[in-house]
Design a protein around this ligand. Structure first.
Ligand SMILES: Nc1ncnc2c1ncn2[C@@H]1O[C@H](COP(=O)(O)OP(=O)(O)O)[C@@H](O)[C@H]1O
Ligand SMILES: [Mg+2]
Length: 304
């Protein structure tokens, strides 16, 4: 097949996207496809035309455009199938606050939260007890995120988010361990436990992408009951958000075993050492097999 590999873009996560794309390129060639690299940052005006000539598009963008569903909408218009979620589901899942409404609707626990908008300003009253996490209500890779322990630090944390032209999601801090659950097709993959290195307060940008930034243990050393419960919640969230193909959800789990869903990623990291590829390896899928399976699922779903 003639596959366009869409990566790069102009979000803050451009470098992560490009580094993943190199491995995906090799995997696509191993699968026998004829690959053309497409960077929306250079050639956005030719996306529709290019996609019309391709049999499939593999999207490896993080942030926007990509996770917001825009590229997917253009690909649908071109009749070019792609892996993962369609435009509307991507848009919904990218917005952390709107997703949390969906989780709560399913009775899936998510940290208590409030939105503070730039119009309300940095001195808006806080409805939650400290400490709190302050993050852009859409985005990824922990960019713009702060852990606020003292009230006087809140305005600076909000300023950081507002500077990214976004409203702020302020969340209750959930102490505990972090577990991530991937979905592939209609099944949940084994859980991975993520333990940031001792000196990191949370899974920050550096920790996420450094070679040895965090210990990642797969399958996560937790009970079968907790594993099944998180997998069930993740599958339910995936379906309720309208996602197809794959996704990955991040959970915080307290010492007493209460799991809180933070967010669902529609274009999860895709280097061979990224979380979802690691979990897929545990069910016998090599990185190349995983790319092949995502293409199969994308063709099965087709275009809107
Ligand atoms: N409410 C919270 N309580 C505890 N840790 C959190 C909370 N929110 C975020 N974190 C930590 O910050 C990381 C990034 O947060 P997340 O909401 O997943 O944003 P991103 O889109 O940047 O991945 C999480 O993986 C977790 O380690
Ligand atoms: Mg996350």
């Amino acid at each position: 097949m003639h596959v366009i590999l869409i990566a790069g873009g102009w979000s803050d996560e451009r470098d992560v996207s490009l580094s993943g794309a190199r491995k995906i390129h090799t995997a696509l060639e191993e699968l026998g496809h004829d690959v053309t690299f497409f960077d929306p940052a250079d050639d956005f005006k030719n996306l529709l035309k290019t996609a019309r000539k391709a049999d499939f598009a593999f999207i490896n963008l993080h942030g926007t455009p990509g996770e917001d569903g825009l590229i997917q909408a253009v690909l649908d218009k071109a009749g070019c199938p792609y892996q993962g979620a369609g435009p509307a589901a991507s848009y919904l899942a990218l917005n952390k606050a709107a997703s949390k409404e969906v989780f709560e609707d399913l009775a899936i626990k998510t940290p208590a939260w409030q939105i503070i908008t730039p119009t309300q300003g940095v001195n808006a009253p806080l409805d939650l007890p400290l400490p709190v996490f302050v993050k852009p209500d859409k985005g990824g890779s922990s960019l713009g995120m702060s852990l606020v322990k003292k009230a006087e630090d809140l305005p600076a944390a909000l300023d950081k988010v507002f500077a990214m032209c976004q409203s702020a999601l302020v969340e209750e801090y959930i102490p505990g361990v972090e577990l991530t659950c991937g979905i592939l097709g209609d099944r949940a993959l084994p859980l991975i436990m993520i333990r940031p290195k001792a000196n990191a307060e949370f899974f920050d940008y550096e920790n996420k992408y450094a070679e040895d930034g965090a210990d990642e243990i797969c399958p996560a050393p937790v009970s079968d009951a907790l594993t099944a419960s998180i997998q069930g919640q993740m599958l339910a969230a995936h379906k309720a958000l309208g996602l197809t193909g794959y996704s990955r959800g991040d959970f915080m789990v307290t010492d007493s075993g209460e799991a809180y869903l933070l967010e669902v990623n529609t274009l999860p990291g895709m280097t061979p050492t990224s979380l979802l590829p690691q979990a897929a390896a545990h069910v016998g899928l090599s990185f190349t097999d995983l790319i092949g399976e995502l293409i199969r699922l994308g063709i099965e779903t087709g275009c809107a």
